[in-house]
Design a protein around this ligand. Sequence first.
Ligand code: 4AD
Ligand code: MG
Length: 484
Amino acid sequence: MSYQSIQHVLKTAQPGPEVTIKGWVRTKRESKNAVFIAINDGSTINTIQAVAETGQLPEETLKLITTGACLAITGQLVESQGAGQAIEVKIGSVHIYGPADPDKYPLQPKRHSLEFLREIAHLRPRTNTFSAILRVRHTLAFAVHKYFNDNGFFYLNTPIITASDAEGAGEMFRVTTLDATRPPLTEDGKVDYSQDFFGRETNLTVSGQLEGELGAMALGKIYTFGPTFRAENSNTTRHLAEFWMIEPEMAFFELEDNMNLAEDFVKTVIRYALQHCADDLAFLDNRLKEEEKLKKKEEQSDMSLLEKLQFVISNEFQRLTYTEAVEILVNSKPAKKGQFQYEVSWGVDLQSEHERYLVEKHFKKPVILTNYPRDIKAFYMKQDEESDASPGRTVRAMDVLFPGIGEIIGGSQREDDYEKLTTRMKEVGIETDALWWYLDTRRFGSAPHAGFGLGFERLVLFVTGMGNIRDVIPFPRAPKTAEF
Ligand code: 4AD
Ligand code: MG
């Protein structure tokens, strides 16, 4: 039996034709003369109302039409008598695919808490909030591919199982075929990976950047978009153990070009979502307004979700160096009153409380911080020659900071000088032999190049206005998440 999506029916259909729609019951309401069934099929946030006259449907059918049941309804599209919708389906026939026992089905037509929904993550896509988030997520992913395709980038697929630690931070999940309880040992008591399937220690990738750089040094402009893994403490509202990262890498780009690209890129994909997810974003905007009302007056946001998104796409991001930012933070009220949990001084890695102070309180707009101290950044970043600090003390790094999120993008110009790169690797204890293939880009036809990584879930978090990163990925991987 063919059918039409509810999105299509609501958008294009006029009263008159017969249609078949298929979907899940959201609500059923009975009046003296009629029964009203609201159906949603996931194609849109909107439901379509199907109406039968009282007595038209057999009692046993009617009993099975409860919230969560899956139905096909065939009937004529007619002008709706009720408020809130232009058309409805005058039921001709109903087929029940699968009932949902109302005593057992966990989703009822009321507002469930996000904590409860996280416990039933396998069913939460059937709620308005989560289906809206997942459609926005899809649209943003599509916009990412479209942006890069429109701008001459090639999509490069980088490995998920890898022997290298791209960030040099040791936050990897190990992948092994060895028996973890009885691994073979070398003479000096270490695990003998030479007997492993890959012949060496392997892990899930933390970033596709190093391979991305190989791509850029051949294809000019590339981007990756794939899952990445971090074995770090992911018990926060901003961290996942498994997240999707978008990493463009461009030959002949310097730090300034990198910043321009990052700003244009995020603005363009947010604009695309605003244009193509209007209904879903209006729903999420309302949802957030309701949530804000429950907060204390002084904690309420002065902008709605839609206003915030508009604001970000129509204002220039504030650009300043790390050194300038530290100066602002050190002289800020919270620092003087001892209100930051972590003290701030030149050389420390900024915490999200500091990043959010700069963005939300000081500049009141997205910020790009550049030229971070070398010692708190990854080994591959290009050392500064002409920054406000002495040579080599800072690197050509950039972090893009967003309201409510903190760091959304991290990137840099890369060290393209073979000697400087290998010297730095040795200083921080990274084996140059293991990364011989990476170093070959600096030995043969090296060129200035730059790139960045955008955490996809942090972008979805920002655009949907949600507060917890576990609520913007269908199947979150983090401690204590649902088991599938
Ligand atoms: O700053 P990060 O660690 O940078 C890199 O991985 C570089 N290789 C990127 C590059 O230059 N190609 O991570 C980049 C972004 C962060 O800004 C953040 O948005 C996101 O990835 N991210 C996470 N998102 C969710 N959960 C986590 N545990 C994340 N760790 C980083
Ligand atoms: Mg970072």
